[in-house]
Design a protein around this ligand. Structure first.
Ligand SMILES: [Zn+2]
Length: 173
């Protein structure tokens, strides 16, 4: 169901602004998303870290088969796909209670960052909600989103509104 919904989604101007920023800054920009869709990639981004995984990838729940591209919808009930090892094939996403991906790389990027921007996130889902606190005192911190996040006090400045409307005007390069 999630794949079906996500297949119909298109990137907004916010995704496009971030992809343009990536082209301008290269590896000086680190984009980490909690979203499992591929809208950043559809907008042209090439270096996005999906900390909650990627909906259009699958992996085996038993063996070390690397995650692979998978757009199939598996709509017939009771027909879960199987790996050649006999294990179940599952979406390569982080379910509730599972540990997000690549936390070490994310913490390294937080250690190195001078400008931190949280976009459209509630500020209530850990560990992402703690990232702004991790950089506090070392980096300038900004929030962009429709309403003030639960962790508002961690940000130097909040821009309230839709990311698709605010982001294109936020960066000049
Ligand atoms: Zn397997």
């Amino acid at each position: 169901m999630r794949r079906k919904v996500a297949s119909a989604a298109k990137p907004n101007l916010g995704h496009i602004a971030l992809a343009s920023l990536e082209q301008a800054l290269h590896d000086r920009l680190f984009v980490c998303t909690q979203n499992v869709d591929n809208l950043h990639e559809q907008a042209g981004a090439r270096r996005v870290l999906h900390m909650h995984g990627e909906l259009f990838k699958s992996r085996c729940d038993s063996c070390s088969l690397p995650p692979f591209a998978d757009t199939s919808l598996h709509e017939s009930p009771g027909e879960l796909p199987r790996c050649s090892c006999g294990g179940k094939i599952r979406p390569h996403i982080c379910w509730f209670g599972e540990t997000p991906f690549e936390l070490e790389q994310i913490l390294q990027a937080l250690d190195d960052c001078s400008i931190f921007i949280a976009i459209g996130t509630s500020g209530s889902v850990e560990p992402a909600a703690s990232f702004a606190g991790h950089v506090a005192g070392r980096a300038r911190t900004f929030y962009v989103g429709p309403e003030a996040p639960a962790n508002r006090s961690l940000f130097d400045e909040c821009f309230l509104g839709k990311a698709g409307e605010l982001l294109p005007g936020l960066f000049s390069f």
